[in-house]
Design a binder for this molecule. Structure first.
Ligand SMILES: Nc1ncnc2c1ncn2[C@@H]1O[C@H](COP(=O)(O)OP(=O)(O)OP(=O)(O)O)[C@@H](O)[C@H]1O
Ligand SMILES: [Mg+2]
Length: 414
């Protein structure tokens, strides 16, 4: 699109170009080619009705783009001719709700399916159930049938049309419902060999949650860790959408913004939006350091709000003392730290009375996205490095008793 600040449509599009927010697809989904490649291969198998080897789990700290990856995959699946069902735990509080979602998500797909099935296929898939009988049933009778016969019904639906089910925020899924879903997936894919693919997404707490549902699921699923973007991918996320609007970055301006984003996908969108506002305000032909300087206060305000929420969350979980120590250790080690070093530092600084408590703290901090382990690595790295600096600066303003409950670790200003 040609750059034209006199054109209100152009200005409006520029303002709406970047998408800071929850699960809102960015103009360019940068740096996820490997993940998309892996997922697309599974999707191809699904659509060609070949055997899909296992379910998929996307996990990673908040704001790294799990939901937008799911959305992209749903788009690809629909384009390839599969049915897609987008679920959240709040939609499936019980097994019955799960059954309803799996069978009726496209307005009574099952009724239509039964109409289309030949009598012989019907009696094989659903012995004793005819289309006429199904149509005559009340909602609650149908619901009961669903629960009892969910597996063959779902398999029949998938045979009609391959089905992709995505379940976001799966770390909050009810355990009993999750057990049901994981079993169903195995049965439909494995036993009935029907084209069905389940993709679960959630924060790193998902591993424990899935473990509580099915002891072997995690080990068998294809897992994709969704962490921060590389500097090149960050640059792409920022520059490519603007190039499409005939605006280029000066290299030094792009470097400055990429560095400030720290590979955190959410910040690429916050920066992008602030830069667009500055561009329109100044009617600027390029993103220069001057435009970056104009955009920066707005970005800093957004980030402050974001970090304040994270800080309060850790405070409410009694994790500030641990967060402070962990930030200090990661800073000194230039980010990557092994578990043992972290635990020893927590105990030495008095943030944890024993190694076992330190271990639990590290785990909790990982669940909150403060720490992250990018697979296949085993060392910890910051979820977002500047969040660690924020915690350090904010906590250092309090005395030990008021603030963290622990003395600031050595090397930190009081
Ligand atoms: N690969 C990417 N390139 C550019 N922007 C991205 C990318 N992935 C995510 N974003 C942006 O980051 C923000 C967060 O994305 P998303 O909501 O998908 O993260 P999430 O991991 O699902 O977070 P949460 O765990 O809080 O649900 C959105 O504004 C989205 O547009
Ligand atoms: Mg999400």
């Amino acid at each position: 699109m040609r750059r034209d600040y006199d054109n209100t449509d152009y200005c409006r599009r520029l303002h709406a170009l970047f998408k800071p927010g929850n699960g809102v697809s960015p103009p360019v989904l940068a740096g996820r080619d490997d993940e998309l490649d892996t997922l697309s291969k599974r999707l191809d198998l699904l659509v060609c009705r070949d055997e899909v080897a296992s379910d998929v789990v996307l996990y990673g700290p908040r704001g790294n783009g799990k939901t937008v990856l799911l959305r992209e995959l749903e788009r690809l699946a629909e384009r390839a001719g599969a049915d897609t069902l987008t679920l959240r735990p709040t939609q499936v509080p019980s097994a019955l709700d799960l059954a309803k979602q799996l069978l009726y998500n496209d307005h009574d797909a099952l009724g239509g399916l039964l109409d289309r099935l030949t009598p012989s296929a019907l009696s094989v898939s659903l012995p004793g159930l005819t289309s006429a009988r199904w149509q005559a049933m009340s909602q609650s009778e149908r619901a009961q049938v669903n629960l009892e016969r969910l597996f063959p019904l779902l398999a029949a639906r998938c045979r009609e049309r391959p089905l992709l089910v995505t379940l976001d925020e799966a770390h909050t899924l009810d355990i009993a419902v999750g057990q049901h879903l994981l079993n169903l997936s195995e049965l439909v894919r494995g036993k009935a060999r029907a084209p069905f693919l389940l993709i679960l997404a959630g924060t790193p707490g998902l591993r424990d949650r899935l473990g509580a549902m099915n002891a072997t699921f995690w080990g068998r699923a294809r897992k994709l860790g969704i962490g921060r973007l590389t500097p090149d991918a960050t640059a792409q996320a920022l520059a490519r959408p603007l190039t499409d609007k005939s605006v280029e970055f000066d290299p030094d301006a792009l470097d400055a913004v990429v560095e400030d984003c720290q590979g955190y996908p959410y910040f690429t969108q916050v920066w992008g939006q602030a830069l667009c506002e500055a561009l329109v305000e100044r009617r600027a032909p390029r993103v220069s350091l001057d435009i970056v300087a104009r955009a920066r206060p707005g970005v800093d305000r957004e980030r402050e709000d974001y970090y304040q929420d994270r800080y309060t969350e850790m405070e409410n979980n009694d994790l500030l003392a641990a967060a402070l120590v962990v930030g200090d250790v990661c800073g000194r080690a230039n980010e990557r730290v092994d578990s043992r070093t972290l635990r020893a530092a927590l105990v030495a600084a008095g943030a944890a009375p024993a190694e076992s408590v330190a271990k639990a703290q590290v785990r909790q901090l990982a669940m909150l996205g403060y720490l992250w382990r990018q697979p296949p690595g085993v060392d910890w790295e910051p979820g977002i490095p500047s969040l660690m600096r924020y915690v350090n600066e904010k906590t250092a303003r309090f005395t030990p008793d008021e603030g963290t409950g622990a003395a600031p670790p050595s090397g930190m200003s009081p």
